[in-house]
Design a protein. Structure first.
Length: 92
């Protein structure tokens, strides 16, 4: 059985994708290495493709994603993402 999206809570036949809370492009950056543990930098969440695309559409900067939205709760609290999740929940 496929996993549920951790933002919109939908179960989709095509499943979910892994989203790195701290983008892999930032893993070599000194600030990120100093601020986060290796385990934290490798942490991922299960997102449906719609929510995953929405995250990258509403927060296009990899550094901003890593610095300000490095936890699932922070992503869910983003105004545009929470509004999108409420809408997409009603879709098939």
């Amino acid at each position: 059985m496929p996993a549920a999206c951790q933002i919109c809570q939908r179960f989709l036949r095509r499943g979910t994708t892994q989203h790195h809370l701290i983008p892999r492009a930032c893993h070599r950056n000194k600030w990120f290495k100093k601020t986060f543990s290796r385990e934290k930098m490798q942490q991922t969440v299960e997102l449906c493709r719609d929510c995953h695309q929405a995250v990258h559409r509403f927060i296009p900067s990899e550094k901003e994603l890593g610095r300000h939205f490095h936890a699932l709760e922070l992503l869910r609290d983003h105004p545009q993402i929470s509004k999108f999740a409420a809408w997409v929940k009603k879709q098939r």
